[in-house]
Design a protein around this ligand. Structure first.
Ligand code: DAT
Ligand code: MG
Length: 149
């Protein structure tokens, strides 16, 4: 089944949104298969945001993501990559729809609370960048037959 990588950024942790954010993905019907609370190394941050290396905001982005603890997660479910992006909302929280995480909780593009993989291929790369195989847990939720026909 499809998997995506999500990370609650240092602002989401400081804003005490960890429980709220995990609750949203749980109650939607996605399955948590990886979770760790961690300080991000500069090396990991630069690799994760490598696609933005030439952008003017790159240094600030790396400084920010390494500034405090983050909650790194892998979630599983049909269509989870695109669905999680919808639940997260647009990059700029001011442009994010109400009901999305960024739309409900943020006001600034540099403090947009959560990262989510933008495509299935990116998700695979990010999951293996952030998690070792043995840190991911495959399990069968008991409620699955109530979520899937
Ligand atoms: P997203 O996180 O929605 O996938 P992105 O991949 O384009 O957005 O950018 C990664 C992060 O970089 C984003 O969450 C916040 C920051 N960022 C993007 N564009 C920015 C900008 N114009 N100014 C400041 N920070 C920006
Ligand atoms: Mg992105």
């Amino acid at each position: 089944m499809e998997r995506t990588f999500l990370a609650i950024k240092p602002d989401g942790v400081q804003r005490q949104l960890v429980g709220e954010i995990i609750r949203r993905f749980e109650t939607k019907g996605f399955t948590l298969v990886g979770l760790k609370f961690m300080k991000v190394s500069r090396e990991l941050a630069e690799s994760h945001y490598g696609v933005h290396r030439e952008r003017p905001f790159f240094a600030g982005l790396v400084d920010f993501i390494t500034s405090g603890p983050v909650v790194a997660m892998v979630w599983e479910g049909d269509g989870v990559v695109a669905a999680a992006r919808k639940m997260i909302g647009a990059t700029n929280p001011l442009a994010s729809e109400p009901g999305t995480i960024r739309g409900d909780f943020g006001v600034n593009i540099g403090r947009n609370i959560i990262h989510g993989s933008d495509a299935v291929e990116t998700a695979q790369q990010e999951v293996s960048l952030w998690f070792k195989d043995e840190e991911l847990v495959s399990w069968e939720p008991q409620i699955k037959s109530w979520l899937y026909e």
